[in-house]
Design a protein around this ligand. Structure first.
Ligand code: ADP
Ligand code: MG
Length: 237
């Protein structure tokens, strides 16, 4: 069971259903996605996953944060990295300051440990976006980013990376180089087949290993229980 520490974010404010309602259908779905990711990496274990979407508002950040908590709940040492240097939200979700973080680390080239924040959840660390820089793509494409990710990956068992939408800016294409697997999140209410195909094409061009699609925002109507909107895992992209 998840243990909370004192004096840090509770992740209660932004649909952190995995933390708030571990028995809800949605929470079960996040655990299923966790299992599916494990099976997606039978020969080469997947230790870093990028969450992206075609367009904004699909639920990337919500899914990434819930997945991060789901990993920590399984006793896996996890880092949630906010790679959205344009519209970051992780610091809001976990109610922490955003003075330090990825952008600060890349500009100053400081050790990863200087930028890490511990969350309320045992086994879950956070690196927020840091102050929004004028040149996000340049930072993400830098050698400093390479060094940063090399250092991160040896310190955690699982690194989950949040990112901007892939059809809007190039950032997610740059970030997917650093991820063993990519998950495309889509809001079923606003699904656009052509946009999804375009997103997949861009990811393929970047050499991304797309391991699945999360259909977010599907209404649950089983036994009338919760009326919660949940993400559904689709294993084969
Ligand atoms: N499955 C869900 N159920 C309820 N609200 C959701 C769900 N997924 C996302 N949201 C809400 O929708 C908004 C956009 O989600 P967010 O994760 O910030 O999208 P993105 O990071 O893709 O832009 C947020 O206010 C979030 O709390
Ligand atoms: Mg987001």
């Amino acid at each position: 069971m998840l243990k909370k520490k004192k004096n840090s974010g509770t992740a209660a404010s932004r649909n952190m259903v995995v933390a708030e309602k571990p028995h809800a259908t949605a929470s079960e779905q996040f655990r299923t996605i966790r299992t599916n990711i494990m099976y997606a990496g039978v020969d080469d274990p997947i230790r870093s996953v990028l969450f992206t979407s075609a367009t904004p508002g699909a639920g990337k950040s919500t899914v990434a944060a819930n997945m991060a908590i789901a990993y920590a709940q399984a006793g896996i040492k996890t880092l949630l990295l906010d790679g959205d240097l344009r519209r970051p939200t992780t610091h809001y979700t976990f109610e922490v300051p955003n003075r330090k973080g990825l952008s600060a680390a890349l500009i100053k080239d400081v050790p990863v440990e200087d930028e890490v924040m511990h969350t309320a959840f045992e086994g879950l660390d956070l690196i927020t976006s840091g102050p929004i820089p004028p040149n996000p793509a340049e930072l993400l494409a830098s050698r400093s980013m390479e060094r940063f990710m090399q250092s991160v990956i040896i310190q955690y068992e699982m690194v989950l990376i949040d990112s901007p939408p892939i059809l809007s800016v190039t950032d997610a294409q740059l970030l997917c180089r650093h991820a063993d697997g990519v998950i495309l999140v889509t809001d079923v209410e606003n699904n656009n087949r052509d946009e999804l195909i375009e997103a997949k094409t861009l990811l393929d061009k970047s050499g991304a290993n797309i391991i699945g699609v999360v259909l977010n925002n599907r209404e649950v109507r089983p036994s009338g229980a919760e009326g919660y909107y949940y993400p559904e895992a689709v294993t084969d992209s």
